[in-house]
Design a protein around this ligand. Structure first.
Ligand SMILES: Nc1nc2c(ncn2[C@@H]2O[C@H](COP(=O)(O)OP(=O)(O)OP(=O)(O)O)[C@@H](O)[C@H]2O)c(=O)[nH]1
Ligand SMILES: [Mg+2]
Length: 220
């Protein structure tokens, strides 16, 4: 009973969020009077349940970490703003639930993504191994609805493993085959490489779209 009510509440909350974000979504770029520019990017974060998607976004946007696991239902959104070379980058991270009853909504969650982060867990147990195996399914799911967009892979929970014994060959092969942007060993718990990994995708998008709009401007 409480569970059903909770799901209804979350669904309503979700619909409101989607509507409020939708209104702005198509303004991807704006030129200001002082010549600075505003860029708006939607970054979708996907991967199996419990791999640390919500934790990574929280660590990057708020600098905090929580030990308890509260699984995301449906999707949740985090806004983050950052200045690069005087231009404003407005990011919305769409944190998609890895395990949920609203998976039928995924196509609308993925819609208009500028880029994506696929997360898996390095934990040396069946959950970790399964989460790595599933990254190709997540990638296929994403490309089915978004086409080819910039994607990075985060191998999370690196604090739980001995880095010297890690074998990243399979992950690198996965990346190269699909021409993905990068691969980062992260820990939402210690913060290791979190900033670096997020910055890599943000900078990639900024420079890509800056060049694209400069080209459009010069052809006017
Ligand atoms: N040791 C360690 N634990 C982590 C790390 N990242 C997340 N966790 C823990 O793993 C659990 C799951 O993290 P979440 O961020 O909720 O996972 P999620 O991918 O958002 O899961 P869903 O919402 O179900 O899709 C929580 O108990 C976190 O505290 C990490 O880097 N290291
Ligand atoms: Mg989550």
């Amino acid at each position: 009973m409480w569970n059903s009510l909770r799901k209804i509440y979350i669904l309503i909350h979700l619909i409101f969020n989607i509507i409020s974000i939708k209104g702005n979504e198509f303004i991807q770029h704006k030129q200001m009077t002082d010549n600075s520019q505003i860029f708006k990017f939607k970054i979708t974060v996907i991967g199996d349940g419990g791999v640390g998607k919500t934790s990574l976004i929280r660590k990057f946007t708020k600098g905090s970490f929580k030990e308890d696991y509260i699984k995301t239902i449906g999707a949740q959104f985090s806004k983050y703003e950052q200045k690069i070379n005087g231009d404003q980058c407005e990011l919305v991270f769409w944190d998609i639930a890895g395990q949920d009853d609203f998976h039928f909504l995924r196509p609308s969650f993925y819609k208009d993504s500028t880029a994506a982060i696929i997360v898996y867990s390095l934990e040396e147990n069946s959950h970790g191994k399964e989460s790595f195996k599933n990254i190709s399914n997540w990638y296929d799911d994403l490309t089915q609805f978004c086409g080819i967009i910039p994607v990075v892979v985060f191998a999370n929970k690196v604090d739980l493993v001995d880095k010297t014994t890690l074998d990243s060959k399979k992950a690198i092969k996965f990346l190269k085959k699909r021409n993905l942007l990068g691969y980062y060993l992260t820990s939402a718990k210690t913060g290791e490489r979190v900033d670096k990994a997020f910055q890599a995708i943000i900078k990639e998008l900024y420079y890509k779209y800056k060049a694209k709009f400069a080209e459009l401007g010069s052809s006017d």
